[in-house]
Design a protein around this ligand. Structure first.
Ligand SMILES: Nc1ncnc2c1ncn2[C@@H]1O[C@H](COP(=O)(O)OP(=O)(O)OP(=O)(O)O)[C@@H](O)[C@H]1O
Ligand SMILES: [Mg+2]
Length: 257
């Protein structure tokens, strides 16, 4: 079976720093993969390469068997890869609904002239767009915030809105960069359930970066461990958490997940 995502020997160098070296991973449709590792290990940099922000200096990113390396950023979005950011990056002055609309717009193409003259077809399409965006908000229990400015929303709601925004591009692969950052244990627990629900409800494959081991071990089918840019270990969560190399590198001698 062709994997949805197959990354081979991926690497990037920033000046003298080999930020990521020979990273690989493979995800089949519907799976949830996790990337863990200490601060500065290169996790976000991997996402930046998987979304076309940084062109890798080595390796391949096969998506449905097609190598995306060398494509522009929108090429990655059009192929169905969407992400959230470690630090929330919403348009803070816009409403929750407008944040979703902007993302969704990337999927809608009017062509130049119809867009210029606002034909009936364009107005109809805009109404449909609004309905679709409201429906996404509704499915993520965000409908009540549709007309609220993003900056005024509680932190946890902003995080959920970021996920909704990524889903608005109808991705096949959803990349979540530390979705549980700043959350308390109850919120993390709820997020674990939400992630599993999103996978089923939106039929997406998910790759997530997380420091919360409880979440990683609870939702991931497969975990990859990176440290100083290098792949340290990989396997099922239960295998990875007892791997002595991982325990030592990640938690220090005598550490426990
Ligand atoms: N654009 C860049 N130019 C130079 N160095 C960079 C750039 N982006 C990342 N780095 C460096 O690459 C390394 C990996 O950074 P990255 O943000 O990927 O780590 P991370 O694993 O996501 O860490 P954290 O858990 O703290 O988010 C770091 O040393 C960082 O300073
Ligand atoms: Mg990071």
């Amino acid at each position: 079976m062709t994997a949805l995502l197959e990354v081979r020997s991926l690497g990037i160098r920033f000046g003298g720093l080999q930020a990521v070296d020979s990273f690989h991973c493979r995800l089949n449709q519907g799976e949830i993969g996790g990337i863990i590792g200490p601060n500065g290990a290169g996790k976000t940099t991997i996402f930046n390469m998987l979304t076309g922000i940084y062109p890798p200096t080595a390796g391949e990113i096969f998506f449905r068997g097609e190598n995306l390396v060398g494509r522009p950023i929108h090429g990655f979005t059009e192929h169905g890869i969407a992400r959230t950011f470690q630090n929330i990056r919403l348009f803070k002055e816009l409403s929750a609904l407008d944040n979703i609309k902007i993302a969704r717009h990337m999927k809608v193409k009017y062509g130049f002239f119809p867009g210029l003259f606002r034909t009936e077809a364009v107005s109809r399409r805009e109404n449909e767009l609004e309905e679709e965006c409201l429906s996404i908000l509704e499915r993520l229990s965000l409908a009540q915030y549709a007309r609220h400015k993003a900056s005024g929303l509680p932190y946890g709601v902003q995080r959920r809105l970021e996920i909704a925004r990524a889903l608005a591009t109808s991705p096949e692969l959803l990349l979540l960069d530390e979705p549980a950052a700043g959350m308390n244990p109850q919120e993390v627990d709820q997020l674990s359930k939400t992630i599993l629900w999103i996978r089923d409800e939106f039929k997406v494959t998910i790759l997530l970066i997380e420091h919360h081991m409880q979440l990683v071990m609870g939702v991931c089918d497969h975990v990859t461990v990176v440290s100083f840019g290098k792949l340290l270990a990989e396997g099922k969560p239960d295998e990875v958490k007892v791997n002595p190399v991982v325990v030592e590198a990640y938690l220090g001698k005598g550490g426990k997940f």
